[in-house]
Design a protein around this ligand. Structure first.
Ligand SMILES: COc1ccc(/C=N/Nc2[nH]nc(C)c2C(=O)Nc2cccc(NC(C)=O)c2)cc1
Length: 269
């Protein structure tokens, strides 16, 4: 129950699951209920050093209040003198990224299923006035049934967002973000187009040798569809209608759910 005060003695710590930028994640079990969770441990000195205090606070406030089957739960959190502990849902399958690297690319059915899950989750976020802004394969986890979970709301903002210095890859950022212009919810629609392409081809569409070349390809929407793997025209149509420079002209989340490629490839819609 979210209200109660937790502490380290409530948990048995298991194997390390992996490390993120600012902390490590461990498998853990809540002693009384035997409930399995993922415990993300972040050192306070790292928070000071990277000055991510407000971003972390925002991530926790946002993620605590989001209840959706495709969004990783943040059950609660606690801290001691030197660490902050986030009690997170455990997703057995780990990063979707690893699955994509292992398979090279997904089938159209699998890709459409992930895109539909992401679209549902983003529609939920947007109605809660949350723009994620950093949806990329590393931030997507899979549960034991292979269901997609958006994790890591580190970069998300309550709308009326202000600029953050972006670190890491530009590949998933919309033109208005890389051009440091005002941006809105539609950045997440752009990113859905990037991910759809990457799920089907195995690499994001504007990948280039240098960040500067990626930047140029993004702002020019320099979109090329390789001849292999051969992808349906419906899939290309959806990608073409999301990777649109004018953010007001990108396909809406509602229209994505009604797109022929989604209707054709996703069961139990
Ligand atoms: C290395 O092989 C792995 C296979 C599966 C996992 C499962 N992770 N599941 C999670 N549930 N809730 C959270 C939070 C996590 C999590 O952060 N996982 C995580 C963190 C950092 C790196 C990785 N790496 C991979 C490959 O999944 C996973 C983690 C590692």
């Amino acid at each position: 129950n979210p209200g109660r005060q937790w502490s380290l003695k409530d948990f048995e710590i298991g194997k390390p699951l992996g490390k993120g930028k600012f902390g490590r994640v461990y498998l853990a079990r809540e002693v009384k209920s035997k409930y399995i969770v993922a415990l993300k441990i972040i050192f306070k000195e790292q928070i000071e050093k990277y000055r991510i205090h407000h971003q972390l606070r925002r991530e926790m406030e946002i993620q605590t209040n989001l209840l959706h089957p495709n969004i990783l739960r943040l059950y609660g959190w606690f801290h001691d003198d030197e660490r902050i502990f986030m009690i997170l849902e455990y997703a057995y399958g780990g990063e979707l990224y690893r699955e994509l690297r292992k398979k090279g690319h997904f089938t159209e059915k699998q890709a459409a299923t992930y895109i539909a899950s992401l679209t549902h989750a983003l529609a939920y976020c947007h109605e809660k006035h949350v723009i994620h802004r950093d949806i990329k394969p590393e931030n997507l986890l899979l549960d034991h049934e292979g269901r997609l979970k958006i994790a890591d709301f580190g970069w998300s903002v309550q709308s009326k967002s202000k600029r953050n210095t972006m670190c890491g890859t530009l590949d998933y950022l919309a033109p208005e973000m890389v051009e440091n212009k005002a941006h809105d919810y539609a950045v997440d629609n752009w990113t859905l187009g990037i991910l759809c392409y990457e799920f089907l081809y195995g690499a994001p569409p504007f990948e280039a040798e240098s960040q500067n070349d990626t930047f140029k390809r993004i702002v020019n929407v320099d979109l090329i569809f390789p001849s292999t793997p051969s992808i349906s025209s419906e899939a290309k149509n959806l990608i073409n209608r999301l990777l649109v420079k004018d953010s007001s002209k990108r396909l809406s989340l509602q229209k994505i759910m009604e797109h022929p490629w989604i209707i054709k490839n996703v069961d139990n819609l």
